[in-house]
Ligand binder design. Structure first.
Ligand code: BEZ
Ligand code: FE
Length: 305
């Protein structure tokens, strides 16, 4: 059936159409039989089977598929070393969180993972315990602290916390050409008791980049682009599974409607308001501040739940 053919026109009976689809799908799946990489063969066979089933289920028209190809082309063309529209697409479609769910399945008690997002930039500066990641005034100071432990409770010494976040103007440094490139990011090591602590700023809710094809998709489907306020962390330690996660602010307005479906209740923390004259005020903080306690539990390598 062509795109312009009305649904009532005579065409092949459904079972003939079904047989055609089945034959094409089988032919394509069999075309991968000689692939030396067994996993690649498995993934491609499933991809083709599901894509063919999708086109069949919705009776995809030529015009619709051309629009789909234009969309994917525009998304690819938008990517460069600072902008990753395809990660954003995966995030907005919830695919990143499905991959997280199936591949990061962690044992009970381990801190849960969530999306990486497109604003991670490797090689952050190494910073010392207590240092601030703000290289310019970037928002209300927040003391972020906690202990990194193994499942059985033992502190992990020398674990690396690679952190990044947005400023009160809602932008990550990588999005803001006027920002020092290392603003609001840094790598910290846990001390001998597994503890870490650093000065950040209270993160704000922000919109995912909506000036490209993913933004068009959100608008076409009457969806908003907001993410709830959060800090990002990647925690690495020898002998443990690397954890990519967030600390969400419990007061965030969009906790219940994250544009990328990445909120897990176990990752939500209370940012406690602290007065300027609070005696526990860490060095380098002036004026009102908040603190957030965030203990982290890492799963050992090679142990599946
Ligand atoms: C982020 O948290 O940085 C992010 C995650 C997914 C899409 C856009 C941004
Ligand atoms: Fe983020």
């Amino acid at each position: 059936m062509t795109a312009t053919q009305p649904a009532s026109s005579p065409g092949p009976p459904d079972d003939a159409l079904g047989a055609t689809v089945e034959r094409i799908t089988n032919d394509v799946v069999r075309s991968f039989d000689g692939a030396p990489d067994v996993r690649l063969r498995e993934v491609l066979a499933a991809l083709v089977t599901h894509l063919h089933a999708l086109a069949t289920e919705v009776t995809l028209t030529q015009a619709e598929w051309e629009a789909g190809i234009r969309f994917l082309t525009a998304a690819g063309q938008m990517c460069d070393d600072k902008r990753q529209e395809l990660i954003l697409l995966s995030d907005a479609l919830g695919l990143s969180m499905i991959v997280d769910a199936v591949s990061e399945h962690l044992p009970a008690g381990a801190t849960e993972s969530t999306v990486l997002g497109p604003f991670y930039v490797p090689d952050s500066p190494q910073r010392q315990y207590g240092e601030s990641i703000a290289e310019r005034p970037s928002g209300e100071p927040t003391w972020v602290y906690g202990v990194v432990r193994a499942l059985e409770g033992r502190p992990i010494v020398g674990a690396e916390l690679d952190v990044w976040q947005n400023a009160a103007d809602s932008l990550y440094a990588v999005q803001n050409p006027d920002d020092p490139q290392d603003n609001l990011r840094g790598r910290f090591r846990t001390r001998d008791d597994g503890s870490y602590g650093f000065v950040a700023v209270r993160p704000t809710d922000y919109t995912i980049p909506a000036d490209g094809p993913v933004g068009d998709l959100l608008r076409a489907t009457a969806r908003h682009a907001w993410r709830p306020a959060h800090l990002h962390l990647i925690v690495r330690a020898q002998g443990y599974r690397t954890l990519t996660t967030h600390v969400f602010d419990a007061e965030s307005e969009h906790l219940g409607s994250d544009a990328v479906f990445a909120v897990k209740p176990s990752l939500v923390r209370t940012f406690v308001a602290r007065a300027a004259d609070d005696p526990a005020r860490p060095a380098g903080i002036e004026g009102p501040w908040t603190s957030v306690e965030n203990d982290i539990v890492l799963a050992p390598l090679g142990v599946e739940p």
